[in-house]
Design a protein around this ligand. Structure first.
Ligand SMILES: [Zn+2]
Length: 314
C-alpha cells in the first residue's frame, strides 16, 4: 500500500479517534479536505435513488489514508464531521423536524393562550383545550455545537467474542434494507453488532432466527456501553407555536454534507464558467469553489441592487 501522506502534502493527521484506534491494525489516519471532484460525488449520492451511500462513502474514501470500510460507525461520524468542517466555507445545518409541543388554545379561534400557567378547570371555564402542534419545520441552523463521545479508555474492546462494533462495511446494505423494510429498522441496527456472518444479511438472518431473546438483549446492553461518535446540539424554535428547545441529533449520512443553499453542484460549475469565466478544476478545494461562488454571486446581486437605484431603508 502506498503511504498517501508521503506523496501528497494535503493529507494531515487528524489525531485520535473516538475508539482510540483500538479496533484496527492501523494506528493513525491521514485525511485531506474535499475537492470539487468529491463534491460532485457527494451531490450524486445525496440525489440518487439507487444505493446513494456508496457514492458518499467513496467520496470520503478518496480523502482518507485508511480503508474506511473498516471504521466503526462512531469513528466514521467523527471523520465526516472533520471533513465537513475542513471542506465547507461555513457549514450551517439544515434541520427538518416536527414540533410535538402541546399548547393551550382557545377552542373558538384556535389562538394560542400566552399567559401564566393555568389549571384544567380554568381552561374549561375560558373555553380552552390542549392541542399538539405537529408543525413540520425546516430550519437552517448556523449556531450548533458538535460534541464528541469517546469510548472509555479502560473499555476500548468488546470482550464478548460474539460481537463487534457496527462498521461502515455493512452500512450500505443496512440502509438499502431499511429502505425496503422500514419496520425492521431496530432489529437491523442490532444485527450490525453481530460478528458472525460475512454480510449484513447473514447477520440479520442469524439474529432473527434465534430461539430466544438472549442475543438480542445482550446487544441492547452493548449499544449502551459502547456508544461513541458525535452528537450535534442546537437550539430550535417552532415557526408556528414559538416553542424553543435544545435538540440533540446523531448525524444523518444522506444530508450531512448538504449545504444550506442546496444548490446543484453542476449548476454552480456551469455558472462559474459561463458567468464568471472560471474554468472548473476538479482538484480545486471544495471550500474555495463554494466560497468563490457565493462571493461572486453576492457581488452580482449587489451590483444589480445598485443598478436598481437607491432605496431608502425601512
Ligand atoms: Zn410548534
Amino acid at each position: 500500500m502506498i503511504k498517501i501522506p508521503e506523496i501528497d502534502a494535503r493529507f494531515v493527521d487528524i489525531g485520535d479517534l473516538p475508539t482510540g484506534f483500538a479496533p484496527y491494525s492501523f494506528k493513525e489516519m491521514y485525511v485531506r479536505e474535499f475537492t470539487l471532484a468529491e463534491l460532485k460525488l457527494l451531490y450524486i449520492g445525496m440525489h440518487s435513488k439507487q444505493r446513494p451511500l456508496q457514492h458518499i462513502v467513496r467520496a470520503i474514501q478518496m480523502c482518507c489514508s485508511i480503508p474506511v470500510m473498516e471504521l466503526t460507525d462512531g469513528d466514521f461520524e467523527f471523520l465526516m464531521a472533520w471533513l465537513r468542517k475542513a471542506s465547507y466555507p461555513k457549514a450551517p445545518l439544515q434541520v427538518n423536524w416536527t414540533c410535538r409541543h402541546t399548547n393551550i388554545v382557545y377552542k373558538d379561534n384556535r389562538a394560542f393562550y400566552r399567559g401564566p400557567p393555568i389549571d384544567e378547570r380554568q381552561m374549561a371555564l375560558d373555553n380552552m383545550e390542549w392541542e399538539q402542534c405537529d408543525t413540520n419545520n425546516v430550519e437552517t441552523v448556523t449556531a450548533y455545537s458538535t460534541k464528541l463521545e469517546s469510548l472509555d479508555d479502560d473499555n476500548l474492546y468488546i470482550k464478548d467474542p460474539r460481537f463487534d462494533f457496527p462498521r461502515v462495511g455493512t452500512l450500505g446494505d443496512y440502509h438499502a434494507h431499511i429502505e425496503e423494510v422500514p419496520h425492521e429498522k431496530h432489529m437491523a441496527e442490532c444485527a450490525r453488532w453481530i460478528k458472525r456472518g460475512k454480510t449484513f444479511r447473514d447477520k440479520l438472518v442469524y439474529l432473527m432466527t434465534r430461539p430466544d431473546n438472549d442475543l438480542y438483549e445482550d446487544i441492547l446492553e452493548l449499544r449502551k456501553e459502547y456508544h461513541h461518535g458525535i452528537v450535534e446540539e442546537m437550539h430550535l424554535r417552532c415557526r408556528v407555536c414559538d416553542h424553543r428547545w435544545k435538540h440533540h441529533a446523531a448525524p444523518r449520512l444522506l444530508s450531512f454534507f448538504a449545504d444550506n443553499t442546496e444548490e446543484d453542484i453542476f449548476k454552480i460549475m456551469y455558472n462559474l464558467l459561463s458567468e464568471f469565466g472560471m474554468q472548473p478544476d476538479m482538484s480545486m478545494p471544495a471550500k474555495l469553489v463554494l466560497f468563490n461562488y457565493s462571493s461572486l454571486a453576492k457581488d452580482r446581486q449587489d451590483a444589480a441592487n445598485r443598478k436598481g437605484g437607491f432605496k431608502p431603508l425601512g
